[in-house]
Every structure is written in C-alpha cells, then in structure tokens.
Ligand binder design. Structure first.
Ligand code: ZN
Ligand code: ZN
Length: 404
C-alpha cells in the first residue's frame, strides 16, 4: 500500500511496478511530452523527470511510498516523524518544517515527547520544558569574527571543508574516503586566532539551554502538538526550525479517557447491587463526588451508569464537560459464606427459578470441586480467584476487570 499513487499515475504504471517497468513508463511518457515535440510542455516534462528520479531510487521511492510527496520535501523531518509514529503507535502528519523562509535555508524542526498526566489535561498546567540548542553567536552574527576580511580559506583543506583519504582495504584494494576537515570543522574557512570573536572564540555558534514555557490547556489530548516557532537550532545562514512538543499521556490508575468522557470502574458488593449503594468518587481536581443508586434499583455486574458534566473539559471551551461513566463490578460473597438456612431466607425474596422437566433417561454428572477461574489461577501464581485483586494478567476477563 502506498500513501499516494500520483507519481505512479504520472508514469502510467502501477504502484507495485518493477524498476524496469518504471523505466519503460518514464521513457514512454517522456517521449510523449518531450518539449521538442510539444512546445509549452516543459513543466510537464520536468515533472516527469523529477518523478522518475524519485521512483528510480529505491530509498527515495520507499520514502514516497510511505510518506507521499511531503516526505520528500527538503528539510522534511522524517526522523522525528518516524520516532513519534513509533512512540504513539499511529502515523504522524508532516511536521512544521520543509519550507524555506526569507530565502534562507530552513533549519530542522525538532520534536520531543512531553509526559503529562490525566490530571494535567483535566486541570490545565503551566510548566517549563528545557531544551539544549545550538544558536548563532549574536556578538559576531554567526561569522566567527567581527574584523572584516579576516575569514581565510582553510589552508589544511584548501577551503574544501573535506579531505580525501586513501584507505587500504587489503588485497591491493584502496578505498577513497572523504572526511570533514579537522582544522576548520568542515566549514572550509579559518580565522586567525587574534581575529576570532571573543564571545564564541570563532565557533560562530554556542550551545545554550533554554526553558520553554509550556501551557497545557484544559482538555488537551494525548499526542497533541505544541509548536514553538523558531526555537530549534539556529545555525549561521539558516532560519531556525520549530521545536514541537508532543503530549504523551500516562495511564491513570482510576480513570480512562475517551475523547471528552471519563470512565471509572467501581466495585460494589452483591448486597449493594441488590439493596442499593452509595459510592464516593475522588475526581481529578480533588473534589469528592458522592452518588447513590435509586431506591429499589438493582445494579447488575457490568452495568455502566452516566454522570453528566463530570467528564473531561472541552479544549478551548473548558466549562463544557463530557460525561463520567461509572462501570460496576459486583463482588459476590465468598463460597460457603451463606448457610443453607440463610439461603432459604434469601429464597423467600429472590425470584423463583423456572421449573423444568428432567427426562427419565437423564444422566447424573458432577462438577469439579474447583471453578475454572480457581484452577487457572492456582496454576499461575497459587492465588485463588477471590484473593486475586485483578492485578494479574490472567486470561479470564472476569478476573482481569479493573479494581479501584
Ligand atoms: Zn579545513
Ligand atoms: Zn561570535
């Protein structure tokens, strides 16, 4: 599957075309639109050639297949996108970079994941996020010197910024290796010691730590991006890229979030399920909510009740809140805790089971003394179902239900 088939469509080949088919497709289309035959089709011809350059290069083709045209743009930030995609488990859109501003080369955007709690997203929070960045020296304007004509060609690399080394590979093979010039750090320039900028010592840049003020607004979401325009590295001759902070929500012990709704699970006893209950919910802002069942109401295991207006605040409209859903687990009495006599009393209140006829040829069989839950559990960690508080990773959904 490719993200966008436009390039393939232009060459009239399918996205799973072989390199040979792509070459043939390009030749055919290039003949058709060649400017010699078709004056005025220069742009179309250029586009075809550009497309062929991408699709004939396996690496570029892969980038195009996965990320479309945006992935190929100069200054695009494949790395950050890929890291974030892996971190958040879904593909990330194009980061803010990729464009040129004011004719200068656009610096790379850089992204960080910022851990936040559900409490932060509910209540809002102001915090700081420290970043280390390389910035152009203001004292020399990124030139390394303030004296005119003091920038010379690096003598060591003759201004090339790189040197070619010959590496002997054995068996008589020699490999040419290009390495950045150590003298000038690859810039191809040198500045005499006495002419160097006092602030940056001719380095043109320095490292600084900056604390970004981060405002987490009520109702913001996991994976939401906060863009700090122009706060990334500022290298001489470039426009700095953006710092992008991506909120990464930690799991909460009590609440789960689903858009603007919150979900919590409460355990009630069988007594409470049948005779009524009153529960306390400690909310994310510290308030205690008390809620009780209606008189005569019976709560079944797995029932979910809704409290309006106690969910998450809406982003940018925080006085509007979603729902709070309360999911009920009913804890039954321990096996053997109700005597035969007590059961008879219960039977006077509970609905009578339907009677049914037993065929005369029915076979009488017995249950195992243990329930399946108990057997599974003993095998894993020697705990019975009643003792297990749900923390285990047991395969039984009833056991795995979330406790409070
Ligand atoms: Zn050099
Ligand atoms: Zn300087």
């Amino acid at each position: 599957m490719v993200k966008d088939s436009k390039f393939y469509d232009l060459l009239e080949v399918s996205p799973d075309a072989t390199p040979d088919e792509i070459k043939k497709g390009y030749r055919k289309m290039a003949m058709k639109f060649h400017p010699d035959k078709n004056p005025g089709m220069e742009d179309k011809f250029k586009e075809l050639t550009h497309v062929y350059e991408i699709l004939s290069d396996p690496e570029k083709r892969q980038v195009y297949d996965e990320h479309g045209e945006d992935g190929l743009k100069e200054g695009g930030n494949m790395d950050e996108e890929d890291i974030l995609s892996a971190m958040f488990g879904f593909p990330f859109g194009k980061m803010g970079g990729g464009k040129r501003r004011g004719g200068k080369q656009q610096g790379r955007d850089i992204a960080f994941a910022v851990p936040v709690t559900l409490d932060d997203l509910y209540n809002g929070k102001q915090t700081q996020f420290p970043i280390n960045r390389t910035v152009q020296c203001l004292a020399c304007n990124g030139k390394g010197t303030n004296k005119p004509n003091s920038v010379q060609k690096c003598a060591s690399c003759n201004g090339q910024g790189a040197k070619i080394h010959l590496r002997h590979m054995g068996f008589g093979f020699i490999q040419q290796v290009q390495e950045a010039c150590e003298e000038c750090g690859g810039s191809g320039e040198s500045i005499a010691e006495q002419d160097k900028c006092e602030k940056c010592h001719g380095e043109k840049v320095f490292e600084e730590e900056k604390k970004l003020d981060v405002y987490i607004d009520k109702g913001m979401e996991h994976a939401q991006k906060l863009v700090f325009s122009g706060e990334a590295d500022h290298l001489p001759g470039t426009t700095p890229g953006d710092v992008i902070l991506v909120l990464k929500m930690e799991e909460h012990a009590e609440f789960k979030r689903s858009k603007n709704d919150l979900l919590t699970t409460k355990k009630i006893t069988l007594f409470e399920a049948l005779c009524g209950f009153q529960i306390l919910i400690k909310h994310l802002d510290g308030r205690s909510l008390v809620v009780k069942s209606a008189p005569g109401e019976i709560t079944k295991p797995g029932d979910t009740k809704i409290i309006e207006g106690e969910g998450m605040p809406q982003y940018k409209n925080p006085f509007e809140k979603g729902k709070l859903l309360v999911h009920f687990d009913v804890v039954f009495p321990e096996n053997g805790s109700i005597t035969v006599e007590q059961a008879k009393i219960l039977a006077t209140v509970l609905p009578t089971p339907e009677k049914f006829d037993i065929p005369t040829d029915a076979e009488k069989v017995d249950f195992n003394e243990k329930n399946l839950d108990e057997e599974d559990y003993e095998d894993e960690d020697g705990e019975g179902y009643e003792d297990g508080d749900g923390e285990g990773e047991g395969g039984n959904p009833r056991v795995a239900c979330h406790p409070q």
